[in-house]
Design a protein around this ligand. Structure first.
Ligand code: GLU
Length: 417
């Protein structure tokens, strides 16, 4: 039977599995699975040539039991409703494990943003907020950057929100540019969090970070910062990287500064001089100590999981590993740090940004990074301890913590009306 690659159905499968392990009440499980609200909108956008293109847009609030919805907005040609539903659910579990007072939400637009001019991108971003205005707000649902969105896009979005609502509430969006109420450390936060999660996991399994052979799949914001920090701060040896155009491999180590320079200048690393060029599929199967998928969903599946030769796999992307692959990797003894733990650094610093916005009092970068480190270390250790206690893997353990926390609050709040 062909493997199911629907991310929402796979997320539900994971929730059902853990609900069974926890012997959770089936009424509560039903509440945990169903997204609270789904909005689909058509966004007509005036193109530079005078034509109008209509893009499909989504915002899904999976749960607001723990607090306002929180989660990014993704611009990608493959965005679809089930992907956004899965991503919104992952945000609920991620925020619950992180111990930050948010529910889970996510948004997306089905668009290839590389085909848009800067002004088309601005009109699309503003139109998204216009369409979703009733769903959003600093106490309701707070968007942030995700795949192909960034600080500038958050800037246009928060401006549109404030103009339409007649408010100056900057905490209605996070991941904003610093001058517009963004937090120091937010652009690097997801990658920095991945580095901390990797460090805790490596220590627990007796893997030395210094000299560990590292492969990072994806060289966008998250992949590039993760690679940089794991090389410069942990002493890992980066032997493989990839982006949408392909991969580069060098068992003697790649030059991270050159890669970062290329990514900044050319928005791709394909012109890196040196190393061996290979496909995105091949690089995942190269032998290494730490493998970090940092791009999109479903890259490690039942098809290639058997060929993965790493000791530690840290999910910087959301949903890169399917349930079939999970089982194969766990049977092989690969330690897998799940997305809902590993990539929480972004939303944790988004939380710090929101707190700073509401306090109108701003933190130093050192304070942001220290508080992030403390939270990531604490949360990673809690998930590892839970896994030991229940003799299970880190994904199941993370879901156990998250689902118990959210279910408890649903129980206390009750069903209304
Ligand atoms: N898009 C990021 C994620 O998937 C960050 C979300 C946020 O900061 O709200 O976790």
């Amino acid at each position: 039977m062909a493997e199911n690659l629907n991310p929402f159905e796979n997320m539900i499968k994971q929730v059902d599995k853990v609900a069974g392990m926890l012997k959770m009440d089936k009424n509560l499980v039903a509440c945990l699975k169903a997204p609270k609200k789904t909005v689909i909108a058509s966004l007509p956008v005036k193109m530079d040539d005078g034509s109008v293109q209509v893009f499909e847009a989504y915002r899904v609030l999976h749960s607001d039991a723990m607090g306002p919805g929180k989660g990014g907005v993704r611009f990608h040609q493959n965005v679809n409703l089930d992907e956004v539903k899965a991503l919104s659910g992952w945000m609920t579990w991620k925020c619950a494990i992180a111990g930050i007072p948010y529910g889970g939400a996510k948004g997306g637009v089905t668009v290839d943003p590389t085909k848009l001019s800067e002004s088309e991108l601005e009109r699309l971003s503003r139109r998204y907020v216009y369409a979703m205005i009733e769903e959003l707000g600093h106490e309701k649902d707070i968007p942030a950057p995700d795949v192909n969105t960034n600080g500038q896009i958050m800037g246009w979005m928060v401006d549109t929100y404030c103009q339409l609502k007649g408010t100056s509430q900057r905490g209605s969006f996070t991941g904003k540019p610093i001058n517009l109420g963004g937090s120091l450390g937010r652009p690097e936060a997801t990658g920095r969090g991945v580095r901390f999660a990797a460090e805790v996991a490596a220590k627990n399994m007796g893997l030395e970070m210094k000299g560990a052979r590292l492969i990072v799949q994806g060289f966008g914001n998250v992949g590039s910062i993760t690679a940089k920090l794991m090389v410069k701060e942990c002493g890992c040896k980066l032997i493989g990287v990839s982006d949408v155009f392909g991969a580069i491999y060098d068992e003697n180590g790649l030059d991270i500064d050159k890669l970062l320079e290329l990514a900044a200048k050319e928005r791709t690393i394909k012109n890196y001089v040196g190393g061996k060029k290979m496909s995105n599929e091949e690089i995942l199967e190269k032998e290494c100590d730490i493998l970090v998928p940092a791009a999109l969903e479903n890259v490690i599946t039942g098809k290639n999981a058997n060929n993965i030769k790493t000791k530690l796999l840290v999910e910087a992307a959301n949903g890169p590993t399917t349930p079939d692959a999970d089982k194969i990797l766990s049977d092989k003894g690969v330690v897998l740090v799940p997305d809902v733990l590993a990539n929480a650094g972004g939303v944790i610093v988004s939380y710090f940004e929101w707190v700073q916005n509401m306090d109108h009092y701003y933190w130093t970068e050192e304070k942001v990074n220290n508080e992030l480190r403390e939270k990531m270390f604490h949360n990673a250790q809690a998930v590892i301890d839970m896994a030991k206690k229940h003799k299970t893997d880190l994904r199941n353990a993370g879901y156990m913590i998250a689902m118990e926390r959210v279910a408890d609050v649903i129980k206390i709040r009750g069903i209304f009306p």
